[in-house]
Design a protein around this ligand. Structure first.
Ligand SMILES: CC(=O)CC(=O)SCCNC(=O)CCNC(=O)[C@H](O)C(C)(C)COP(=O)(O)OP(=O)(O)OC[C@H]1O[C@@H](n2cnc3c(N)ncnc32)[C@H](O)[C@@H]1OP(=O)(O)O
Ligand SMILES: NC(=O)C1=CN([C@@H]2O[C@H](COP(=O)(O)OP(=O)(O)OC[C@H]3O[C@@H](n4cnc5c(N)ncnc54)[C@H](OP(=O)(O)O)[C@@H]3O)[C@@H](O)[C@H]2O)C=CC1
Length: 283
């Protein structure tokens, strides 16, 4: 299938990154969020990232202008009627995602593929909210999107082979590497990563070491680029909690219970870097 125009729903840290890499690959990209201020914030992040590339002489100003011109701001979901592919990157919440997919399914033409950047929610369940489950797929980018090579592609129970192939091909045009996985809670990435982060939070909660010490052990001892608590702040503690809840519920196994300290921070609105405070404080 020939995909030319893409809509990205959610202009947060993931949506903005996805829109950026799609625009850089030459796609026309509609960046949608609930309010203009959120779309503007996403566009400002893209502008900043591309300007840095121009300063480093990796891009010309003309190339940057071309990429920016590929971006179309939107606060109306009906703009999806004009695209070939929608990549949803709204908040990690099943109710919100199924509502968005149901609405999209009602308004977009039959050929349109509906992808979700969900980090853990079952693609099969999201697909069941539509009348086109064969055209629903997981397209899981990693944060920060412009830097990380992986896109984990998740087949729902009904995802058609040609839809998988289209998404794999598009991923390659974005200069990313696709890896195919099946639809189980947390897929592969977060089934392995998030329990490690949750365990780091338990280690802090139980007073085994300070947050700095926990991060240093994993950075210096295991060569991780970021310690797990810094990484949790970077991902967003709300997203980390939603993922742990999906694993806990999906497997019905207490080994995935979210640490009470994680819940407490999320309840306090300490969501990490994006709100200025999580395990650490950010300027
Ligand atoms: C939760 C999920 O569902 C799945 C997930 O995404 S889990 C999270 C996966 N991501 C990770 O694990 C990230 C781990 N951290 C890292 O890899 C690195 O710390 C990092 C790439 C984020 C930063 O790297 P660093 O070497 O420490 O910092 P820095 O030198 O400032 O940045 C390296 C490059 O990344 C770029 N970069 C860093 N943060 C960026 C951002 N948020 N957006 C765009 N570019 C960014 C920098 O501009 C720099 O680019 P150049 O080399 O071209 O100059
Ligand atoms: N953070 C990460 O490291 C990763 C996250 N993901 C996944 O990507 C998705 C987005 O995460 P992330 O970007 O971090 O989250 P953010 O909180 O940064 O952004 C989410 C954005 O979506 C908006 N939004 C919420 N509901 C709707 C809606 N109905 N229609 C349009 N926009 C909406 C939010 O607006 P408002 O602020 O008003 O809520 C916000 O701007 C989640 O599913 C997450 O699990 C995947 C890989 C990595």
């Amino acid at each position: 299938m020939n995909v030319k125009k893409i809509m990205v729903i959610g202009a947060g840290q993931m949506g903005a990154g996805i829109a950026q890499v799609c625009a850089q690959a030459g796609y026309s990209v509609v960046l949608n969020d609930l309010k203009q201020e959120f779309v503007d914030r996403g566009l400002a992040v893209i502008n900043k990232n591309l300007s840095r590339q121009v300063e480093k002489a990796r891009l010309t100003q003309q190339q940057m202008d071309e990429f920016i011109n590929n971006l179309i701001p939107s606060t109306n979901i009906t703009d999806a009627t004009e695209v070939d592919l929608v990549i949803e990157a709204a908040v990690e919440n099943m109710e919100i995602k199924t509502k968005i997919f149901k609405q999209l399914d009602e308004i977009v033409p039959d050929h349109v593929i509906l992808a979700s950047n969900t980090s853990s929610l079952p693609i099969t369940e999201i697909a069941a909210a539509t009348n086109r489950p064969e055209k629903v797929i997981g397209m899981h980018f990693m944060n920060p999107v412009p830097v990380m090579k992986l896109v984990e592609i998740i087949r729902g129970l009904a995802t058609a082979d040609e839809v998988y192939q289209t998404i794999e091909d598009i991923t390659k045009t974005l200069n990313k590497i696709p890896v195919e996985v099946n639809d189980f809670p947390g897929f592969v990435s977060n089934r392995i990563l998030m329990p490690m982060i949750n365990e780091a939070i338990f280690t802090l909660y139980e007073g085994v070491a300070t947050k700095e010490a926990i991060d240093e052990v994993m950075k210096l001892g295991m060569n991780h680029p970021m310690g797990p608590l810094t990484l949790a702040d970077f991902i967003g503690l709300d997203t980390c909690l939603y993922i742990m809840e999906t694993l806990h519920e999906g497997f019905g196994d207490d080994k995935y219970r979210p640490c009470p300290l994680l819940r407490k921070y999320v309840k306090a609105g300490w969501l990490g870097k994006k709100t200025g405070r999580g395990f650490y404080v950010y300027e």
